[in-house]
Design a binder for this molecule. Sequence first.
Ligand SMILES: [Ca+2]
Ligand SMILES: [Ca+2]
Ligand SMILES: [Ca+2]
Ligand SMILES: [Ca+2]
Length: 637
Amino acid sequence: MRRALFFLMSIVLIAGLSSNLFAQWAVNKNAREDARYARYLQGAETVTVDGVEEAIWASADSIVVGYGQTKYLPGSGYDLWAGQSVPGDSANAVCKFLFKAPYLYLLYKVQDKYVGGREWSQFDAIIMGFKEYTATHSWVQAWDKRMEHFYTWGWKWAFPDSFTVPPVGDPPLFMGNNAVAGGKNEWRTPAQKERWTAVTNVLGGMSNDSLPDLGWISEHRIRVDSLGFNMNGDVLPFGFSMFDADGFLDSSSTNDAHTRTWWGVAWNENWYYAALFLDPDVTTASPGGLIPPADYTIPHLRSGQTITVDGDLSEWQADNTLHFRAKWQDEAGFDAIKGTGAWASGYQQFDWNGLQAVVDGPEVDYWVTYDDANMYVSAKVTDQIVTVPNQNRKDGITFFLTPRKYVNGNGIFPSKTLTVNVDSSGAGQAGDDLVALADTGGVEFDLMLDPGTNLGNITDPDNGYYVELKIPFSTFSYPASLGDSVVFIGGLVNDVDIFEDTTSNTHAKTWWFVQQPGQHAPAWVALGPANPSVGVGDPALIPLSIELFDNYPNPFNPSTTIKYSVNVNADVSLSVYNILGQAVSVMNQTNVQPGYNEFKFDGTGLSSGVYLYQLKVKNLNTSQVVNTKVNKMVFLK
Ligand SMILES: [Ca+2]
Ligand SMILES: [Ca+2]
Ligand SMILES: [Ca+2]
Ligand SMILES: [Ca+2]
């Protein structure tokens, strides 16, 4: 009788979940699926961690993971881990997010006919991965600075000597988060519980009988400052993997299934993170459907302009390109990268002659633009020793672009690696995926040494070299219309420095978003509207929206230009803040007409570092005030 009552209650609880659970995942630039706001709780609002979904959760943003549903999202996917999937009962869940400093709250609603666990590969579980904050972007090893939270019903697996059958009815075990001893909640210290606590409520029974179960609701509270974040305005690199073992009470192999579905991170790897945005302006009272902004926008090539792929970058227009930089030990520059980029980007030295210090750190500037059919990429590499390559070590750059409409067996979304190396004659040599893509994919590339670079002479400092790429969108499965206009990109530079004293030889690299071929999650980038900036002779364009563009140059010294668009008559003010949130400058422009405009910001008198800027736009027709997104910039003296 009690079981039947639970069953009915649970149907009510879970009815809202199943209707959208199997909806096709759609991706467009206005609906980033790799990022969500963790909305700020207001006033007395609170979440009680008890496995019961209280009313405030209706105000939370959420992500749905569904087995077999292809999202075309970098880092997200699904797989069949063991046995056969159970139709209609594979790893499906919704995860919701709320925030009240210092706590992040997560609620998982899981639909599941068999709830519980047994041995390795036979348990329901969640792996949550957080990437910890780091003040330095030097990567010592591929697995550093990640924090696993493994919450599992795998009792018999975790304690093989203690149980012949798992204790049905007991809650999942806590494993991970460094200092957690692993296992039962009561074994954990108050400090461990303060960092991570969770309570799970099982709906409709567990897998200790022949009746199908309904699922489970799990509430978690994570202390964000214990991960090193300062909590106000941060982007948390986060992901989770939902494990669903089914039919495990019947030990026959044909009825022993285990599926997984994950958002952002499959196994808590150091790569692949989705993003939780902590924006104090996005609260439980804010309108629904708010999507974090794209990390970056690529401006369209101006009409009448062309790019010639010859290694000569003189036709590139700095104010009409996406610019990004990766520079050895440039901590402030890495901190200013948007989205999860500040934690995905970095620099690394490779073991060579016992880890000699890098003398001439790798440094690259990239610029990107596009037209209706192609993406164009240029790179300027600053390198004091451009090296005659050998079999294993080459100076060169790699640009990453992720094809759309392509997933591998795990639903993972690998990037293509377009590598251009300096060959022994000082020309460009294709590497990695570029070999085939230049051969049959229509990708063009060229490399030119700076005139101040002498390949054969290692005693006079070189200046470096330049690279250009032309990449047809069609080769990367974009439709002729460019579809949702979303691209996933990253870039790195490999720098080999060879000296006459070979014990001083070094090899290091720096990267923006993507460290290794086919692995790290790239930046979420939107292709901008045609001709976002009005050039000489262009007709005046009326923008469609209020938009704040990236400043240029960035980093800057001492001044930089901040462009914006408004689609109404407006009074506009630009506020610049230091990282403590203190305003260091407010500039006003009144009665601005619809169109594209700009502020010039001068940092003279300020100290080097990261600054934030935001636009406030007052519509003069309606008096409505709109605050744009907050951008970061770096002042480097
Ligand atoms: Ca609750
Ligand atoms: Ca299950
Ligand atoms: Ca050129
Ligand atoms: Ca070099």
